[in-house]
Design a protein around this ligand. Structure first.
Ligand code: ZN
Length: 41
């Protein structure tokens, strides 16, 4: 049962501060905005 609690969606995003890739479990809407910003550059 506990495994389902840990089953959060993990995404990778390129950090603007250190330009490294980090993993995040941020909500999809937030992550989507970051992705959009990356592509606009
Ligand atoms: Zn960073």
């Amino acid at each position: 049962m506990e495994e389902q609690v840990h089953k959060k969606p993990i995404r990778s995003y390129e950090c603007e501060k250190c330009s490294a890739w980090h993993l995040t479990s941020m909500p999809y809407e937030v992550w989507k905005e970051l992705e959009k910003n990356q592509k606009n550059k």
